[in-house]
Write a protein that binds this ligand. Sequence first.
Ligand SMILES: Nc1ncnc2c1ncn2[C@@H]1O[C@H](COP(=O)(O)OP(=O)(O)OP(=O)(O)O)[C@@H](O)[C@H]1O
Ligand SMILES: [Mg+2]
Length: 379
Amino acid sequence: MSDIILKNIDKYFDGNHVLKDIHLHIEEGEFMTLLGPSGCGKTTILRIIAGLEDPEHGVVYMGDTCVVEAKDKLFLSPAKRDLNLVFQSYALWPHMTVFENVSFGLDVQKLPKKQIRQKVEDALERMQIKHLLDRSPSELSGGQQQRVAIARAIVTEPKILLLDEPLSNLDAKLRIEMRAELKRLHHELQTTIVYVTHDQIEALTLSTRIAVFFAGELIQVDTPKKLYEQPKDMRVAEFIGNPSINLLLGDIEEAAGRSKLHTSLGTLAFTRNVPSPKQVMMALKPEDILIQQQPSQHGVQGVIYSVLPAGAETFIQVKVDDQLLMAKVSGDVHFMINTLVWVTCFLKKVNVYDIETNELIPIEQVTYTESNVSLIGNG
Ligand SMILES: Nc1ncnc2c1ncn2[C@@H]1O[C@H](COP(=O)(O)OP(=O)(O)OP(=O)(O)O)[C@@H](O)[C@H]1O
Ligand SMILES: [Mg+2]
């Protein structure tokens, strides 16, 4: 078994509470990504799993083995945990060639020379650096060194692989290629991978599940799809998605068994009465905003503020009621700055948050109210 269970983990640095009561079950064979802004505690979690940092409270299991029991001061040494780690700042052995760096783990296992050569070459080929095999680390770029570090970690086919921002030094094109390699590798080896990144696209593309951290707290653990479509917390909603989600302040009105929500995009009706505060935040992804040049049913008027073509898609900023909204449209669309447009949104995609607790309010669905129709062609 190579699942990892963290329970009640608390970690302090110089009196700062950097991990707060973390519970996380990483299942065998999972690709679990720890995601969150800089300083939220991702690396610290990884180091606790690896045994390089000891928590003040909590328990860690790897399979059936208890590797940390803080109250009994039980902390199994890193060497006794069957895992491999690639750090955010990778350290290659400077006096060894690329080949020797990668083969080291296999030499220790005393595999036949020919088999070692084959495995090392396969790992280097996967990372597109086989031609660099005789170089020393000082003769490599940062991105090449980073790939050697990954090759060194995967060559022994460990049961658990811990990766801390392993692609951070690569250019955009190479990063996408390496993501694909990591995903294939995970598929082939079925290794349990714990992956740290603050890049939400990387998290969404690679993971079987994502754990989102803010300021030492674990906020949500979900599949990429669920996390993208229904962030449980407004901070997660703001963090996921590029460009950022649109947040519109709304007023709630109780009305005949169906609460109404008044926003700058018109009045919406919930399918039932929703217990919520008087004011909420409506979250809308850029791709869920629809902009039309003609008056449309339920459309509210807006003015094009800026148009940003990006090849396969176009980002459009539209001003509605003094609020700038960001829309994303596929293809190359032509809107002139300062022209009048009509704006609607895909109601199935609307999420509503409590502005005090940041929590998602369970609304089931919203519909446009009849009163909104009067907005058509208004002015
Ligand atoms: N050895 C240390 N001594 C004191 N404080 C530390 C130490 N290591 C980490 N911290 C603090 O703990 C918090 C969490 O750090 P951590 O490195 O886990 O963040 P992170 O999420 O990996 O950030 P990044 O994305 O920038 O790598 C930060 O506030 C950091 O300053
Ligand atoms: Mg880090």
